[in-house]
Design a protein around this ligand. Structure first.
Ligand SMILES: Nc1ncnc2c1ncn2[C@@H]1O[C@H](COP(=O)(O)OP(=O)(O)OP(=O)(O)O)[C@@H](O)[C@H]1O
Ligand SMILES: [Mg+2]
Length: 288
């Protein structure tokens, strides 16, 4: 039995790990409990390195091929995605724009393995992920994806700090979380400092402003050190100034930590802040 098998990993997890979708369990444990984030580096924007010609032709980190999705309501079938070909390159911010009802959230949820397509393929880090079992999807999501939702989805009875820690509690289980809770709490506190919320760690969501709830959701999305951040209208419920501050946090994460971000928005000025923009129209990606 291999080391990974002895740790109770499924064959798929072992394959995903080999193909670098999942970091090595032991290395990851050390990462999460190990040296803490240097918050100083968030203070000053790092110099942006120009991509080399070979970097410009990188394979996408997240990709869909001819993706189809319809919803069924009684006898009615509502076609939403009719063959979406989408690609998000590693280290870039990719904006998905489109009118209300064009299927932006549907596409993001499919790519985040929260739902399954009717047809087509989804690939993440060169591994097909649209046919995973629900257990495999949960595992992939908790280890590789950070999700941000328009309505924050914070747990009302938990404090800001506890909300940030929830993904770790779920993915590690209470016993393993409890045994390393000090390190996890330290990391959550550092993330809250990074998003400018050190003074709100004990507040409940109802005691936070919209911008503060979204900052909490960003810290929560980052606690498990995801490879990609999927954000659904991260500024959709915020005024222009607060939305601008949230965008600055996302751009800084991309610039300084090379975090890949896929961001859904209906606001063209927000979309324009990404490196690549794709537009959904009539259930397909509009040709640029
Ligand atoms: N669970 C569902 N059951 C039935 N229809 C649904 C369901 N979810 C979404 N739809 C329909 O699918 C279409 C696309 O919805 P989706 O939420 O993906 O749009 P969107 O582009 O994110 O819109 P918005 O900008 O308003 O958030 C809409 O017409 C919606 O009514
Ligand atoms: Mg939506």
């Amino acid at each position: 039995m291999s080391n990974a098998e002895s740790q109770g990993m499924s064959a798929l997890e072992i394959r995903l790990q080999r193909e670098s979708v999942l970091p090595d369990h032991e290395a990851r444990r050390k990462e999460l409990t190990g040296p803490h984030i240097n918050t100083a580096k968030f203070a000053q924007p790092a110099a942006v390195a120009k991509p080399t010609p070979s970097e410009k032709k990188k394979k996408p980190l997240l990709e869909t091929r001819a993706l189809h999705k319809s919803y069924r309501k009684g006898r009615l079938t509502i076609p939403v995605l009719r063959g979406v070909d989408f690609a998000a390159e590693e280290g870039k911010i990719t904006s998905i724009i489109g009118q209300s009802g064009s299927g932006k959230s549907t596409l993001l949820h499919l790519m985040g393995t929260l739902d399954t397509p009717d047809d087509g393929e989804i690939h993440f880090a060169n591994t097909r992920i649209d046919r995973l079992s629900s257990r495999q999807r949960d595992s992939l999501r908790s280890r590789a994806f950070g999700m941000i939702f328009q309505f924050y989805h914070l747990l009302p009875e938990l404090s800001t700090l506890e909300n940030v820690l929830t993904p770790i509690m779920i993915s590690h289980g209470m016993w393993r979380y409890w045994s390393a809770r000090k390190q996890f709490r330290k990391r959550a506190e550092e993330l809250l400092e990074m998003v400018g919320l050190s003074h709100r760690t004990t507040h409940k969501p109802r005691e936070l402003s919209g911008g503060e709830m979204q900052r909490t959701a960003i810290a929560r999305a980052l606690i498990a050190q995801p490879r990609i951040l999927l954000a659904d209208e991260p500024t959709g419920n915020l005024d222009e100034k607060t939305g601008g501050e949230i965008m600055e946090i996302l751009k800084r994460l991309n610039r300084e930590q090379n975090l890949t971000i896929v961001m859904v928005t209906h606001d063209s000025s927000i979309a324009a802040q990404g490196h690549d923009i794709i537009r959904l129209t009539g259930g397909r990606v509009e040709k640029q």
